[in-house]
Design a protein around this ligand. Structure first.
Ligand SMILES: [Zn+2]
Length: 365
């Protein structure tokens, strides 16, 4: 069977195909890309160990323990697509054939894995989860309840070693000179440059990434995003500061979590399957804007996790300068929460008049 790197969304698999089939290019019979690197399972087996190892985390439904929730079993193809986003938009029948031909021996010995439904037993094995899950009890909601209402500062529910390890896979560097934006609702005359940075320590109010009193600079990727994030009303004047990065920095990019490949070196497939959900949850929680009726208590879970990320050190130096996360108020934009506001300088302030707002709504009752 012949396919190419464009049959896959997974970057690791695509780069392996690009490397091992460097000299064999042409039109792909599966995705019809005109100039793919063609991988031929008749003569090549470089992908086999990667897929065999990934498929090894799955157990056919007939062999799962009785306690495994039946509703959580599904076909291998659905799980590979849903959990890992490995394949590009190619037909299911082709995915099935690719798996069968890459993992021919495995197909002969355990055909149920490919033809029936499957599950990952460790996902519901509380003893295994204690040591391997980012949240030891495998329950984000229970963590939220504990940290908001029972034990604010010394939760035992998080495996910090695992969180630290994942952070190292989603680090991102910004070079000095990069520009970001921060908005404040103001008078028409606007704020001076000196009043555009984060409030000083002791004076700051709380946010997703900082408790009250702890300083943190929130900046956005572009002007439109920062106008959305500040939730300016119609006819408001908004001062938008342009912030220039003074030195190279490294941040934890929560937006990249959904893109970490299961095939990346250094992560166990099984642990990755268990923990991906929490990291995605963390990005979602960071991105949520608070409704007026919400309590600032809702900030506590992310504040707690961000404080830990802030405490990670390497050679007595802080390892990360901030967190990057999606903007929900302006999809496509993103935000940075920067631990030390002095890493940026505000170089200009412009005042905007909000002329029109566009509301999108959904009937809920
Ligand atoms: Zn292809």
């Amino acid at each position: 069977m012949i396919f190419c790197e464009y049959c896959f969304n997974d970057k690791e698999i695509a780069s392996i195909i690009g490397a091992v089939s460097a000299s064999n290019t042409g039109e792909c019979p599966i995705c019809h890309h005109k100039d793919g690197h063609l991988y031929d399972t008749g003569t090549q087996n470089d992908l086999t160990p990667y897929f065999e190892e990934l498929l090894n985390i799955y157990t056919p439904s007939s062999m799962l323990p009785d306690t495994y929730p039946k509703a959580e079993t599904r076909s291998l193809i659905d799980d590979l697509k849903g959990r890992w986003n490995i394949f590009a938009n190619i037909p299911r029948t082709q995915i099935y054939e690719i798996l069968k031909s890459v993992c021919g021996e495995l197909y002969v010995s355990v055909p149920e894995l490919f033809d029936g439904t499957v599950g990952i037993p460790e996902l519901y094995d509380s003893i295994y989860l204690q040591d391997h899950a980012l949240l030891k009890n495998n329950d984000w909601d229970a963590f939220v309840v504990e940290i908001k209402t029972q034990n604010r500062y010394h939760s035992k529910l998080i495996n910090f070693g695992i969180l630290e390890k994942y952070c190292s896979f989603i680090r991102k560097t910004y070079k000095a000179g990069n520009l970001f934006y921060r908005a404040r609702i103001s008078e028409q005359s606007g704020y001076p440059i000196s009043e555009m940075s984060a409030p000083p320590a002791g004076k700051s109010s709380e946010g997703r990434a900082n408790a009250r009193g702890i300083t943190c600079l929130y900046v956005a990727s572009d002007i439109d995003t920062t106008l959305h994030e500040v939730r300016a009303g119609v006819f408001d004047f908004v001062s938008v500061g342009t912030f220039r990065l003074k030195q190279d920095i490294t941040v934890v990019d929560l937006r990249a979590i959904t893109e970490i490949s299961p095939f990346v070196e250094g992560l166990e497939y099984l642990d990755h399957a268990i923990n991906k959900q929490y990291l995605e949850k963390l990005n979602t929680e960071m991105s949520k804007s608070l409704r007026r009726s919400d309590s600032t208590l809702d900030y506590v879970p992310t504040q707690y996790i961000v404080d830990f990320i802030k405490s990670i050190e390497h050679n007595d130096m802080r390892e990360y300068d901030g967190i990057e996360y999606n903007s929900t108020t302006n999809p496509g934009g993103y935000n940075l929460a920067i631990f030390n506001p002095d890493l940026f300088e505000c170089i200009a302030v412009n005042v905007y008049d909000i002329e029109k707002l566009q509301y999108t709504s959904k009937k809920v009752l």
